[in-house]
Design a protein around this ligand. Sequence first.
Ligand code: GLA
Length: 363
Amino acid sequence: MLTRILSLLLAVLSFLTFSPLSDYDYSDKLGDENYIGFKDCYADYFDIGAAVSGWHCNKEDISAFLLKNYSSLTGENAFKQAVLNPAEGVWNFSEADTIANFCRENGLKLRGHCLVWGYLGSWMTKDSEGNLVSKDVLLQRMHDYITTIVTRYKDIIHVWDVVNEPFGYDKKDGAFKHNDFLTICGEEYITKAFEYAHEADPTAVLCVNETTVLKKQKKQDYLLKYVEKWVNEGVPIHAVGIQSHWNLWETNETPRRLQKVIDKLYEIGVDIQITECDMRIDANKNDIFDTLPRNIELLQSKKFSQMFEVLRRNKDKISSVTFWGINDNRPQKTADGEKYYRHELLFDRESMPKNAFYAVCDF
Ligand code: GLA
């Protein structure tokens, strides 16, 4: 009996003293202005990118922060069709040009995001009376749009998210997420978009970009099945973007499942890019913290660190890791209009490295 009690006590004690979270505590480093830039930590691995808006590039302190930490940028919204070409004949290149020029002037790479996002709906699918157009009309419009945009940024955009979020995961959607492009063209709206982009720039890396790839197994299955099929059919798809908007508490978003999908995509023969990385910390909608509680910050550091261990291990299969935003200064609004923050990135609201940044860079 005594031995049993003792061994139980020992087990509890060893659990308490062996506190894995303390391995991810970098409080001694916080506040150091002379930290090593993120892109430099990862120079031997892959490009480190961030999604930006045009004004980030024009603001001196922010642009210096970008140049220190990122080797690649993407437009958060500036290169979406809803911004570039919101209505037939209406073009708005100014924000996209600002970002493109910033990259040109400073030797940064630029990821194009995104040419076709059916989910958002688009003037392209409707006629002046609001009825769906024919397949020929839609394909012609897509062709002209893709050719215009890809050609305009050909010198600086080396990789395009050609189609964003095409796959479904529930019975209603089937393999493809329902949208007007799909209704009009079927699966061809995806394959034709790749052909048009390839025609406009035969050297660009062309990517299908998908969300919740780990969280929704059904969606992952469709993604793998169709990418393999299209690659075998000769469709110019060169890469898969795993968006990676992770949640700290999501049990399907694990290093092991990340490794598995990387292996499967590698077998298919496509490049892998992490395109929209972040990690939200809310377990439910009541989890609103102005300051990140220390225990959650350590958990987030641990999960980010484990994720990046997998990414580094697979550096030959992954060409870039892009974060969805530059820092935590991304206010959101609750349903009641209350402002809150998600604390989802590696830099705080003042652009200083968070604990999780050091956890990701300590290897
Ligand atoms: C998707 C899109 C992005 C962005 C995010 C919003 O992931 O691909 O462009 O709109 O949603 O968080």
